[in-house]
Design a protein around this ligand. Structure first.
Ligand code: DGL
Length: 264
């Protein structure tokens, strides 16, 4: 493998930047290509078949073009639906992003955990299995909050999201039967940590937010441990569709070290 071979991080939009941030901290020397499927955003309102076909197809083409050393699906929706299928068709190691139910179960004191995700994620058997394995003695209250995906995208484009979007989502979570007892919330969508301040404010400072980004970065470090990295790489942002990169998003991409941009 070439030392310039990148790690490919993939999401439907900018949510995966929350994973890139942790990856940078853990592995600053790694060449990275960040791919946003803006043409397919949002995934959360699509069917399982649509998501699986889209993600497997795109990752296949991207792997051919970029020859990554590892692919990270930095998206809970895509991972909980298509991880197995993508692993079957690609030969590189694939790291997925799945709801951080295990750490949340070890943190909660009240025993009631909230889980915010997309519509597609919260209905997955993958999530049922995580709940059965790690939180069978807890109460897990799931809420689909697709409007938060849009709010996070808007925030990173440089717009100010309407604060009512976050407060209303949290109200719906609290209004679920038993929702008052929630003391830990799993951010089961990589977009949601981008709204961590707003979510914390709406939930109250005592409620802990948990996401999987640090764990994913650790996993990538372990897998690539013995590998060489080219220190003179420049990292790239690629995207699908007609979206123009706004000044706000451009600034954020540069902050994340993504200085070359290219439509896929
Ligand atoms: N960032 C994605 C996730 O982690 C979903 C956003 C979308 O609906 O496309 O689930």
């Amino acid at each position: 493998m070439k030392a310039s071979s990148p790690i490919l991080l993939f999401d439907s939009g900018v949510g995966g930047l929350t994973v890139l941030r942790e990856l940078r901290a853990a592995l600053p020397q790694a060449p990275v290509i960040y791919a946003a499927d803006f043409a397919g955003l949002p995934y959360g309102t699509k069917s399982e078949a649509q998501i699986a076909a889209r993600v497997a197809g795109l990752l296949g083409r991207m792997s051919e073009r970029y020859k990554p050393r590892l692919v990270c699906i930095a998206c809970n929706t895509a991972s909980t639906i298509a991880l197995g299928m993508v692993r079957d068709v690609l030969e590189v190691p694939i790291v997925g992003t799945v709801p951080a139910i295990k750490p949340a179960a070890s943190i909660t004191r009240s025993g009631t955990i909230g889980l915010l995700g997309t519509e597609a994620t919260i209905r997955q058997t993958y999530v049922d299995n995580l709940e059965a394995e790690f939180a069978s003695d807890k109460t897990l209250l799931r809420l689909a909050a697709p409007e938060l995906v849009e709010a996070a995208e808007a925030k990173l484009r440089g717009d100010t999201p309407d604060p009512a979007i976050v407060t209303q989502a949290i109200e719906r979570l609290r209004n679920l039967p038993g929702g008052d007892a929630i003391d830990t919330v799993v951010l089961a969508c990589t977009h949601f940590p981008l709204l961590a301040d707003e979510l914390s404010e709406a939930l109250g400072k005592d409620v802990k937010l948990v996401d999987g980004a640090k764990g994913i970065a650790r996993r990538i470090v372990t897998i690539t441990e013995a590998q060489e990295f080219d220190p003179d790489h420049s990292d790239r942002f690629v995207w699908t569709g007609k979206t123009e990169i706004s000044q706000g998003l451009g600034d954020i991409l540069r902050e994340h070290g993504l200085r070359e941009w290219q439509r896929f």
